[in-house]
Design a protein around this ligand. Structure first.
Ligand code: HEC
Ligand code: HEC
Length: 198
């Protein structure tokens, strides 16, 4: 008869379904476990992902690869910032990976920044083509892996870090500095306004 066979197939299918539905449940539970040291970050980078100060970057929802690299660069002193150098100095590689993973899984906050003016948008679109920003940061500025998301970041932080790359005060990625030095100084505020408002 066909019946036992059908029942058996159904049982296998049901088991597979249970297996599938359990797996994401476990993964979610793991995502929610906040690494102990991440608690120290929330005072500045924001309990709900919104940093308390516009010169402090959003890290909630930023890519894990980029976050890890920045913590490593701060620890090694390749990127200079007194606070962050001190924070990262205390962390092991595994702690940095776990913290980077946890923040990468939090939602990116909507900072509700205004869209750039028409003049800034025009200037930015030309600069983005000239500097081929999309090749690494993606057409929408969303980044991937070790290329940071820049869309929707604080305007104030973007302007600061673009200016510091350009002057080579931020020296942990000379390539970014070289690219920005092919552009005009006036492109920096236009780009910051444009990316913040996306
Ligand atoms: C006292 C405030 C403060 C605390 C606490 C703090 N940060 Fe920061 N963080 C900053 C500031 C300010 C910057 C911007 C540095 C600069 O000027 O380039 C920054 C930058 C960063 C960046 C670079 C982001 C980017 O877009 O380039 C990462 C990653 C980061 N912090 C992670 C952390 C983590 C993880 C912790 C907790 C272990 C932490 N921070 C704790 C203030 C803080
Ligand atoms: C060849 C790939 C590449 C290109 C092209 C490129 N970037 Fe980047 N950009 C990066 C990488 C990688 C980083 C991370 C640098 C680091 O290691 O600190 C970065 C960092 C940045 C940051 C800092 C983000 C943060 O959170 O601190 C900004 C802002 C930025 N880029 C804007 C631009 C703009 C605007 C352009 C075009 C004019 C551009 N980039 C072109 C690869 C690129």
């Amino acid at each position: 008869m066909m019946l036992p066979r059908t029942v058996a197939l159904f049982a296998v299918a049901a088991l597979a379904f249970v297996g599938l539905s359990l797996a994401p449940g476990r993964a979610r539970a793991q995502q929610l476990a906040m690494p102990e040291k991440a608690q120290q970050c929330l005072g500045c980078h924001g309990e709900k992902g919104v940093p308390v100060d516009k010169l402090i970057p959003v890290i909630a929802g930023q890519h894990q690869g980029y976050l890890y690299l920045m913590l490593r660069d701060f620890k090694l002193g390749l990127r200079k910032n007194e606070i962050m150098n001190a924070m990262a100095a205390e962390m092991t590689r595994d702690e940095m990976m776990a913290i980077a993973e946890w923040f990468s899984k939090q939602p990116w906050p909507n900072l509700n920044q205004p869209r750039a003016s028409e003049a800034d948008t025009k200037r930015s679109e030309l600069a983005i083509v000239a500097g081929q920003c999309g090749a690494c940061h993606g057409a929408q500025g969303m980044g991937d892996g070790t290329n940071p998301r820049i869309a929707g970041q604080w305007q104030e932080y973007l302007l600061l870090t673009l200016t510091e790359f350009r002057s080579r005060a931020r020296k942990n990625n000379p390539w970014m500095s070289d690219i920005l030095n092919t552009l005009q100084p006036e492109d920096m505020p236009a780009l910051a306004n444009y990316m913040a408002g996306r």
